[in-house]
Design a protein around this ligand. Sequence first.
Ligand SMILES: Nc1ncnc2c1ncn2[C@@H]1O[C@H](COP(=O)(O)OP(=O)(O)OP(=O)(O)O)[C@@H](O)[C@H]1O
Length: 567
Amino acid sequence: MKNKSFANIFKYSKKYIKIQFFLLIPTVIAVLFPLIRPIVIKQFIDNILNKDIKIILSYVFLLLGIVVVERLINFFSNNLLYKTINNISSKEKVSLFKKIFKLSLKDLKKYTSGDILSRVLQDTDELSQTISIVYLVIFANILQLISAAFLLFSFSYKLAIIAYSTLPLFYITSKLFDKKIKNSSINERKTNSVLIESFREKLSGFKTIIGFSKKDHFLNQFEDDSIKDKNAKNKLIFYTRAQDEFISFIYNLIPILILGIGGLLVQRKEISLGTLIAFYSYIGWLNHPIQMLSNIVISVKKSKETLKRIEEIYNLPEDEHNGNDLLESIKNIELKNISFSYEDKEIIKNINLNIVSNNKYSIVGESGSGKSTLLNLLPLFYKDFSGNIFINNKNIKEYDINSLHKKILYVSQNEFILNDTLKENIFFGDTFSEKDIKKAIEYSCINDFLPELEDGMKTVLGENGSNLSDGQKQRITIARAIIRKPDLLILDESTNAIDSKTEEKIFDSISKIIPTIIIISHRLSTIKKAENIIIINDGKVLSKGSHKDLLENCKEYSRNIESQLLH
Ligand SMILES: Nc1ncnc2c1ncn2[C@@H]1O[C@H](COP(=O)(O)OP(=O)(O)OP(=O)(O)O)[C@@H](O)[C@H]1O
């Protein structure tokens, strides 16, 4: 339990142990090869008094050769190491992103986009720096410590004991900074998420911010977030650097001790000058692994917090769906005693409804009454409702989710537009025949503005369709849905930016190819397109019927029509 951070990182790193194993050979060579140099140096110094210039020259060339080989080995092994870190980082990003796509909408909505971005793009990077090499670094540096010990003890056991007796000091120093590094690391990750979200938010609200002349206000806000992040980073740097310097101080003490005590031993002729110089130059082989090990300890401490953030996402339950039955076609949908809450707030309250194929339905109700939430349950965007939904008398949860999503499509007013061509926005990962695409653009009235687009179907629409009007974007998202010919199409205010005449044309056309349509709208002309109108009030069905019936029998409806809808 004592060092949970190490345990967690080791556990997580296990999946990359094989890769680290393959890196072992070049790393071990890179660690052991440099050990030759001090042996040669010792020989060199002890032979200096020979007065033979040839011997001196041959030693110089030998040392030169050793240094060249050392650098080459180092280059290849480091190159391999950093490539591995990058590969693992890329794998971690993809894996976390895949996990995010398995979450329920409800869980995902608990996080800001900035927070998710920071976890997927930055935390994985930081974590990979540690997990890709933790075993390797520890193994290689312990190997270097042991091999250096072997040589140092063989040179002079007295000097070696002095050098190695300083090792516990490193551990004590590391412990001293434990808590500080942990807390500042948590804080730095948080402020970084806030900063990314702040940036994303301000950028997406650019137009509104300019429109309300609030540039300075929001720029100041961003600056504040940036300063908070900078301060958190500085604090983390302060503690990690301070720990690093403490450790450096200790290992800078070692050579002084060695020179002092070693000098005495030379004077007493217990060791040769060559031995002292070789020992002295070997101190680097003692210091280097200690420095590397202390660096990995710092990385593990920092990564522990990053790992927590990543594991928090991995530990979220996947949006399980065990249904396997293929939904061939929809004949009827029955909602029985449906209730649903976001957190503790009950939004849908015991709703019973029947939706029969080859009919059009309009859902009407005040803003916030629960219309969208109710229809979000049909494609199972939220599954934790109480009550049951039956399709063709079979529980909706027994159907294979992909087949369900082929038959029920939901189009909202602000549907997502890819920064890609018009064609790709309609295809959306599938392919369709020329005939299908022609029909889809005709039925969704894209034909009306297609000639204006510079590259026709190949026109790139910009980020979230920034090169288009809202009504044009809505027509594209409708085309994306109707080309797939679902059995049930849910249009949630998805024509509210389109003029009534065009909307009329769209409805007439899509009614020919889509058997069942449910419309949410505040516009009377749209509502009236359905023969069945369902009035939702405070999460309950208040009344049902045709426009005429409701006008006659439902006061709420006629009041609403008079006050806000009818013109
Ligand atoms: N993700 C969410 N988390 C928590 N509450 C939510 C969430 N989405 C919607 N709500 C709440 O649920 C209630 C119903 O929202 P819903 O969007 O279903 O209403 P609506 O009838 O479609 O409204 P509108 O006509 O304005 O689109 C509202 O009070 C809203 O605040």
